[in-house]
Design a protein around this ligand. Structure first.
Ligand code: AMP
Ligand code: MG
Length: 388
């Protein structure tokens, strides 16, 4: 049995080989860069107008209009003092432009331009290189690519980027009692829901579960299911059968497949029977079958590792500190993750904390961490993981 901190450390300390690939700009959201992105040119690459209005040469209130330049125009005016051109947002400002006056503050009669106010030197001109300069490191290797990041990379004319590959994930659920939703249910059976919850939790963090399989509590079937899955996957996630019951075959089946235990059992609630193992470059999490336990273990341990395997700098779910809405005591002897709701800046611990109870987790939006045998007074802050 390990502590929560030890479990995190064992996961973090795994030596992993990161794989890279080239991805199109349109297809790299949520990946992490495996290269630095360097600006190939200054941005903006030419002085341009921030407004629809008039580009002016010299500072006065009267000008003669000598032409027009729109965004994308290649025309090259050279202004003389007292001259102006009609200009539009994003258009290249002519040589010798002192300022651009927005059109709302101008009056035009024929080719005569009169301004409502004196222009200020350099007003409304976006200068070449004011955003970034050629050769500047725009993103460091390891940065997660966001929509704004994609916008920036695209604006630099870069169409393909080198990123870390995301791990291939397989899911195996075990249990004789499990049937798929939609099928008629016999006495003693329950609907298999963990694979749906876990696969969508993968998606929640930008990962995809490639393959999922349901296997009965049969040692040989579980053993061969694991063997097959390990041939293709990077991370195998199992649910159920990892506790100490007579029908819990997962641990032995992993051992017989040559998977080496990194830890088994974590001193926590829920999710004590959590297992983590590896076989060469393949990793296995065996999560307890109870629905709230399996999802809690996924959020707390699997997500950080999936980030790690995909070269991300993120260390897991966002952690926040919020004041608790009522006095509360964790009477248990294990540090615990409580199903909770963060609302109006306060965290409320929900009714229904049993490992099997998914209702409170489905209605809540956070996991609140409280140490063993700890009393909290209303208003005391506690650490929360935001799960939705
Ligand atoms: P186990 O970890 O296999 O002992 O299962 C613990 C509890 O979780 C039992 O009540 C199981 O019926 C339930 N359970 C196991 N796997 C699933 C699953 N995939 N979906 C829903 N409930 C499950
Ligand atoms: Mg079971």
């Amino acid at each position: 049995m390990v502590t929560i901190e030890e479990a995190h450390k064992i996961i973090k300390d795994q030596q992993v080989k990161l794989k890279t690939e080239t991805r199109k700009l349109s297809d790299c959201f949520g990946y992490s860069l495996s290269e630095n992105i360097i600006a190939p040119f200054d941005m903006p690459s030419f002085d341009n107008s921030a407004m629809d209005g008039y580009a002016l040469c010299g500072i006065s209130q009267e000008y003669i209009i000598i032409g027009e330049v729109a965004a994308g125009d290649k025309k090259d005016f050279i202004l003389k003092k007292g001259e102006a051109v009609r200009i539009f947002t994003g258009a290249k400002v002519p040589e010798n432009t002192s300022a651009v006056m927005m059109q709302e503050k101008t009056n035009v009669q024929g080719n005569k331009l009169t301004l409502d106010q004196m222009p200020k030197e350099a007003q409304n001109i976006r200068r070449k290189g004011e955003e970034l300069i050629q050769g500047q490191v725009v993103f460091e290797k390891g940065t997660a690519i966001t929509p704004a990041g994609i916008g920036l990379i695209g604006s630099l004319g870069i169409q393909k980027v080198e990123v870390y590959k995301k791990p291939l994930i397989n899911l195996i659920t075990t249990g004789n009692e499990l049937i798929d939703p939609g099928k008629p249910r016999a006495e003693g059976q329950i609907y298999e829901s963990n694979s749906y919850a876990l696969a969508s939790a993968c998606e929640q963090f930008g990962f995809k579960c490639e393959n999922k399989k349901q296997i009965e509590d049969d040692f040989e079937a579980i053993k061969s299911g694991i063997k097959k899955s390990l041939e293709t996957t990077d991370v195998l996630i199992l649910s159920g059968g990892i506790s100490v019951g007579d029908y819990d075959f997962v641990k032995q089946a992993l051992e017989e497949n040559g998977v080496e235990e990194q830890f088994y059992k974590v001193f926590q609630k829920p999710g004590k029977p959590l297992y983590f193992g590896r076989k060469e470059d393949k990793f296995v999490f065996a999560l307890p079958g109870n629905p709230a336990s399996s999802l809690t273990c996924f959020y707390v341990y699997v997500v950080p590792f999936l980030y790690q395997l995909s070269g991300s700098a993120k260390s897991g779910l966002q952690r926040y500190y919020f004041p608790i809405s009522n006095d509360f005591e964790n009477r248990g002897d294990r540090p615990s993750f409580f199903k909770a709701t963060i609302n109006n800046g306060e965290v409320e611990i929900l009714d229904g904390q049993g490992s099997s109870i998914i209702l409170s987790m489905a209605h809540g939006n956070a996991l609140a961490f409280i140490d063993a045998e700890t009393s909290l007074k209303k208003g005391e802050k506690l650490e929360c993981l935001l799960i939705s």
